[in-house]
Design a binder for this molecule. Structure first.
Ligand code: FES
Length: 371
């Protein structure tokens, strides 16, 4: 048993408000709380992925982690009934109206073994023909569907890949999936943005897991189709790629590249112009994830800035053999590139900060002596 090592934290009155704060005791973050005339002190490092408990909030007798909302009793450090996790508790005493903490915790941390999420598994390409996923990002009332130029050209490409190029294919319409927008876990801390996505782990009803499964594990080629809306890709496209932050962030915090040996290409259509800007954004984003591209990695169509007669635009695309052949050639080039990439293994499983400056990212690690 360690000897008590009492440290004066300050006057009692000065520590009552705010009711939860993070203090540093010999370099360790402590979540110090005050409620119902009782102080509590527990190690301020969440057992999930290290969230700062002292910066969370109090709910009843528990501290709620600010990162993904796990809870720990503010005095004992125990998770709510039914959960076994526990963070160390520190003893407190009041003397001469000052609050003292024993710097040696009286309980130990306990991190129970949580079964890994199905998306947290080794990435290994299964044997078989080239696999192509098409992702349509146009938005419409699915009960009253309309003709979509981007969706139709994507269908042409996918059908061609399946019927003429012997690829396995999958077609995902984001419009059919229910998924939440990114809620900015990364904005709390790079380490709060987890793989698999924090939302995917917490919300079983969120269907973006299908897209992660296809992109990370299944497909060799990803072909994304978008309309142009006010000069940009569709809002559904942006909703999807914001949720891809967790994929890129693995490079930032772990030097881990989840996208390996995969090819991306794009179909972009719109009534008015701005193709190159949309293509530039899409190429930039998918390159940040680790994708490579075929030569001439997108096809596009607009009738120009002053073309407001959209019904003619639909007729043009529906009747255009050039565009359909362009879609076929695009998927052919993408598959050819996928074969090269797979054969030569051009990607890498690790890369240091993806070329960014190697700033030192650290997480609040619990000191090893109290593990
Ligand atoms: S809930 Fe605390 S780090 Fe995730």
């Amino acid at each position: 048993m360690l000897e008590k090592n009492w440290l004066d934290l300050g006057s009692v009155d000065s520590l009552k408000d705010p009711p939860l704060r993070e203090i540093s005791v010999q370099g360790k973050p402590i979540a110090l709380s005050y409620k119902d005339e009782q102080f509590g002190a527990i190690l301020g490092v969440c057992t999930h992925v290290g969230g700062p408990l002292g910066k969370g909030k109090i709910d009843g007798d528990h501290i709620v982690c600010p990162w993904h909302y796990w809870q720990f009793h503010r005095v004992t450090g125990s998770a709510p009934p039914g959960y076994e996790d526990k963070v160390p508790q520190y003893e407190l005493k009041i003397k001469n109206n000052h609050l003292f903490i024993d710097t040696n915790p009286i309980t130990k941390v306990h991190k129970s073994a949580h079964p890994p999420h199905q998306l947290e598994r080794p990435i290994k390409r299964e044997e078989g023909p080239i696999r192509v996923v098409g992702i349509s990002t146009t938005i419409m009332d699915s009960k009253n569907p309309r003709y979509s130029t981007s969706d139709k050209l994507l269908e042409v490409a996918i059908d061609y890949a399946k019927n003429e190029l012997s690829a396995q294919t999958m077609f995902i319409r984001l419009n059919d999936l229910k998924f939440r927008a990114c809620e900015g876990f990364y904005s709390k801390s790079a380490f709060a943005c987890t793989w698999p996505c924090s939302i995917t782990q917490m919300d079983e009803t969120d269907q973006l897991a299908q897209v992660y499964e296809a992109l990370i594990y299944w497909a060799d080629v990803v072909i994304v189709a978008t309309p142009i809306r006010w000069g940009a890709a569709s809002s559904l496209y942006h909703k999807m790629i914001e949720r891809m932050n967790c994929v890129q962030n693995q490079i930032t915090i772990n030097n881990r590249v989840l996208i390996q040996n995969k090819v991306a290409s794009f179909i972009i259509t719109g009534g008015q112009d701005n193709v190159q800007d949309v293509a530039g954004h899409m190429l930039g984003f998918f390159s940040e994830l680790g994708f490579v591209f075929p030569t001439f990695p997108f096809i596009a169509h607009t009738r120009g800035w002053d073309a407001e007669d959209m019904e003619r635009n639909i007729a043009y695309v529906a009747e255009s053999d050039d565009l359909k052949n362009g879609a076929k050639d695009l998927i052919r080039r993408s598959i050819e590139m996928a074969k090269i990439v797979l054969h030569q293994h051009l990607s890498r499983e690790e890369i240091v900060k993806a070329g960014r400056k190697a700033q030192h990212l650290t997480i609040n690690e619990e000191p090893s002596d109290i593990r």
